[in-house]
Design a protein around this ligand. Structure first.
Ligand SMILES: Cc1cc2nc3c(=O)[nH]c(=O)nc-3n(C[C@H](O)[C@H](O)[C@H](O)COP(=O)(O)O)c2cc1C
Length: 347
């Protein structure tokens, strides 16, 4: 089968990955209610096109944190790309560069952040998990700065790991992938999450780096206001792809209220992105209409990587960009700035 959409890549990837890696990539926390909701909520939204608006030239370009991108579709930080492909995150970084977008590189990468930077052909952000030992985070931030990363994405929605139950039922079928951060200095497999993290720690991080800080995992207007007030340059409305607290709303359901709260508190000073369940160009259009400057995609990039390395990940991102352009043309919106809330039917 020659894949023609993201779901084709999902099927092909499942056939290639070991059962346990598949379970780890595809699964969610608990009963996976939020995981399913991320998709269902997109599917429930209906688009309303405007007609006869000259869509002969359609422009999907956008700007995030001052960087021009070919499309408002970025690569979400996901762990352990080495389970999908031998080149791991280095291949993903080349794919993101080839399509003209930004990749957020996970703390839990299987390649060092310096290796990924050396392989990259486009801009990178560094996703930070703060572990109990703060010195590790401080060191990672300094290394990311030195290697040319352009932002720190602080993930705040996982003070403890629930785990993926369908993964836990399966015995390990490949050796645990090494993690960049624990090479040489940390006991593997220990829970080192800094559950003690508070909003005051944004100031601690701000003291470590002049890079923009993107707070990832926000679902409520109250936390969005807090993040903006504490100096976050952007927030990601996210439920961690349904992998953190189960039964929270789909991220697309949480978006509009969060975007409104941020606009009221800080205008354009704090950008708003969304991730969770983006699988079609129409999903990107819907997210932008509800207030996202850009979306991030997690699993689809892993599927592309598993199927055909950098080329597969690039193709997945190209498919999403092409679909976004098609959706915009058919909806009568010729540029990202033209995408307004009226493109969505009121429920
Ligand atoms: C296998 C996997 C690993 C992930 N690892 C991380 C991570 O290391 N850091 C992080 O901030 N988010 C991580 N996430 C969450 C993603 O950044 C993102 O929020 C989510 O995948 C978006 O949903 P989607 O997969 O439906 O696109 C991970 C998600 C998956 C599926």
């Amino acid at each position: 089968m020659a894949p023609i959409n993201v779901y084709d890549y999902e099927q092909l990837a499942q056939a290639r990955l070991t059962p346990r890696t598949w379970a780890y990539y595809s699964g969610g926390a608990g009963d996976e209610i939020t995981l399913r909701a991320n998709r269902d909520a997109f599917d429930r939204l209906r688009l309303l096109p405007r007609l006869l608006r000259d869509v002969s030239a359609c422009d999907t370009r956008a700007r995030v944190l001052g960087t021009d991108v070919r499309m408002p579709i970025l690569v979400a930080p996901t762990a352990a790309h080495g389970l999908a492909h031998a080149e791991g995150e280095c291949a993903t970084a080349r794919a993101a560069g080839a399509v003209g977008t930004i990749m957020a590189v996970s703390t839990e990468s299987t390649r060092t952040l310096e290796d990924v930077a050396a392989a990259a052909t486009g801009p990178l952000w560094f996703q930070l998990y703060v572990y109990r030992d703060r010195d590790i985070a401080a060191d990672l931030v300094r290394r990311a700065e030195r290697a040319g990363y352009r932002a720190i994405v602080l993930t705040v929605d996982l003070p403890r790991w629930w785990g993926i139950e369908r993964e836990r039922r399966l015995a390990p079928d490949v050796p645990e992938a090494p993690r960049a951060w624990d090479v040489g200095n940390l006991p593997p497999g220990t829970d080192m999450t800094a559950a003690a993290l508070t909003w005051d720690d944004i100031a601690w991080l701000r003291g470590l780096t002049a890079l923009p800080i993107v707070v990832k995992g926000v679902l409520t207007p109250a936390d969005a206001r807090e993040a903006a007030a504490r100096g976050a340059t952007a927030i990601v409305v996210s439920n961690h792809g349904g992998r953190s607290l189960d039964t929270v709303p789909a991220s697309i359901e949480a978006l509009a209220a969060v975007a409104r709260a941020v606009a009221e508190t800080s205008g354009d000073a704090c950008e708003v992105y969304l991730d969770g369940g983006v699988r079609r160009g129409t999903d990107v259009l819907k997210a932008v209409a509800l207030g996202a400057r850009a979306v991030l995609v997690g699993r689809p990039v892993l599927w592309g990587l598993a199927v055909d390395g950098a080329d597969g990940a690039r193709h997945v991102l190209d498919l999403l960009r092409d679909e976004l352009e098609l959706a915009m043309v058919l909806a009568g919106r010729a540029s990202i700035a033209d995408i307004d809330p009226a493109v969505l039917a009121r429920p």
